[in-house]
Structures are given as structure tokens and as C-alpha cells.
Ligand binder design. Structure first.
Ligand code: NAP
Length: 252
């Protein structure tokens, strides 16, 4: 624990897709634990600003860090500049993600490419950009947001599930690659969490999912954020290459 008593005091963190949902809850939680948080988003500046206002109202600090994770160059440029301006980067949370659902036979090529580029390409490029400053300081925490569907599967989500399963493979590979530099790489795999992403679900599908969840309810973004925050902290120093399920018992 640091002098100020907060586990992430003086640490620099970047959370992708932090304008809403799980990413916003993670950004708020990391700031509450003392980190200065870069709030990444793609398009919704107003919501990202609201996230920053919430952090500051709580006595924390952060800054907006807009870029499109699916762009080939933007993650390296933005993360490089962010790390340089603070002299370090301790934590990266690859949270930005999209889901474009559809059955295989009607699935559009463009939607497949978009899903791959944001969910998998984004995490790959952001990790590549973060690994350099982390390796230099011989300390780092990378946490990737996977999903229960990576291992459980779900009809109509072949593209999304493929990206999340890929992300888990990438987590394990990078955990081995970066371990010698004291950089840990883990994933959190949420089940069904109450955010805009799941708000799109038709009532019938929502009721069917609820019936399968032993805890009998959707999860809250804050419940995912506390698991992510543990993996972002010095307390998780001997955990790497792990996928932590936060799914109310839906799938084990
Ligand atoms: P959400 O409410 O839809 O929010 C998505 C966030 O990602 C937004 O901040 C959005 O920014 C950002 N984003 C999307 N594309 C981006 C891009 N190309 N570049 C930068 N930012 C981008 O999603 P969520 O439900 O919180 O999910 C967060 C993560 O958890 C995702 O990886 C998702 O797959 C995973 N997950 C969610 C659930 C769930 O039940 N909700 C379950 C399992 C896993 P803008 O506002 O600017 O668009």
C-alpha cells in the first residue's frame, strides 16, 4: 500500500471505451483507488466528460484521451503521448468493444471486419503501445475485457465470440511474453451486465438469460469494475494469464 493508503496512488492508468458502461465504472474505480486515469472513447465526448466530472467530484484525477482503437496508428500515437506526458504507464484496461449480432448465413463481411478490428485489433494495438513504457519501468498491469460467450458460445454471436476467445488466447500469450518485465496480463470475462450493450436485448431473450443465471439477476458494471481493479493493482502481483469470470454463476 502506498503512503496515501490508496493502492493505486501515483499510478497512471488508461481505460479504453470509458465513456459509458463497464469502462466508465472501471475508470471511476481506478481513480477512487488513487490512479490518474486516461478516459478513452471514440465518439461520445459528452459522456466521457461526464465520467471525468464524476472522478473529479470524488476527489480523483483523470483526463480525456479520445482515439479509435480500431485505427492502425491512433492507439500507438495516443498511448505513446499519454505515457510520455506522465513519464510512465502502469495500467492498461482494454475494454472498448462492440457487438454486431447476426446469424452466420446473413452476416455481412463489413460487420465481421469491424468486430475483429475493434475487439481484437484494438486490444492488440493498445497492448503493443503500452508494453514499451511498462517494460521500461519493469512494472505493468494489462487487463482485457473478454466475455462469457468466449467459452460458452451464443447463437448469433459468432463474430463477437470469436473476438473474445481470441482475446483470451492473446491474454495467455502476452502473459508469457511480458512476464520477464514484471508486466502481468489477465482478462475478466463478464456474463450479462446491465449496460447499453445488453439494453438492446429483446425482452424474451433477457428473460431466457435471467433463467440461466444462478444469482438470478444481471450484473452491475461496478461488480465487474471491482474485479478489474484487483487485477490492476499491485495486490495481484502473482496472477497472470488468468481469465476471471464475473457472471453470477452463469458458466463455470
Ligand atoms: P458499451 O456500454 O457499449 O460501451 C462501449 C464503450 O466502448 C464506449 O465507451 C464506446 O465509446 C467504446 N468504443 C466502442 N468502439 C470504440 C472504438 N473503436 N474506439 C474507442 N472506443 C470505442 O459496452 P459495455 O457493455 O460497457 O462493454 C464493455 C466491454 O465489456 C466490451 O468489451 C464488451 O464486449 C465487454 N462485455 C460486456 C458485457 C455486457 O453484458 N455488457 C458482457 C461481457 C463482456 P463511445 O461512447 O465513444 O462510442
Amino acid at each position: 500500500m502506498s503512503e496515501s493508503g490508496r493502492p493505486l496512488a501515483a499510478q497512471i492508468a488508461l481505460v479504453t471505451g470509458a465513456s459509458r458502461g463497464i469502462g466508465r465504472a472501471v475508470a471511476v474505480e481506478l481513480a477512487r483507488r488513487g490512479a490518474h486515469v486516461g478516459i478513452n472513447y471514440r465518439s461520445n465526448a459528452e459522456l466521457a466528460q461526464a465520467c471525468l466530472a464524476e472522478i473529479e467530484a470524488d476527489g480523483g484525477s483523470g483526463e480525456l484521451c479520445p482515439f479509435d482503437v480500431s485505427d492502425v496508428d491512433a492507439p500507438a500515437d495516443a498511448i505513446g503521448a499519454f505515457a510520455k506526458s506522465h513519464g510512465r504507464l502502469d495500467v492498461l484496461v482494454n475494454n472498448a468493444g462492440i457487438t454486431i449480432d447476426g446469424l452466420l448465413l446473413r452476416y455481412k463481411e463489413d460487420d465481421w471486419q469491424k468486430t475483429l478490428e475493434v475487439n481484437l485489433g484494438g486490444a492488440f494495438r493498445c497492448s503493443r503501445a503500452a508494453a514499451r513504457p511498462m517494460a521500461r519501468k519493469r512494472y505493468g498491469r494489462i487487463v482485457n475485457l473478454s466475455s462469457v460467450v468466449a467459452s460458452m458460445g451464443n447463437a448469433g454471436q459468432a463474430a463477437y465470440a470469436a473476438t473474445k476467445a481470441g482475446l483470451e488466447g492473446m491474454t495467455k500469450a502476452l502473459s508469457r511474453e511480458l512476464a520477464s518485465r514484471e508486466v502481468t496480463v489477465n482478462a475478466v470475462a463478464p456474463g450479462f451486465i446491465d449496460t447499453e450493450m445488453t439494453a438492446q436485448l429483446p425482452d424474451e431473450a433477457r428473460a431466457a438469460y435471467l433463467a440461466m443465471i444462478p444469482l438470478g439477476r444481471l450484473g452491475r458494471a461496478e461488480e465487474v469494475a471491482s474485479a478489474v481493479a484487483f487485477l490492476c493493482s499491485p495486490e495481484s502481483s502473482y496472477v497472470t494469464g488468468h481469465v476471471l469470470a464475473v457472471n453470477g454463476g452463469l458458466y463455470t
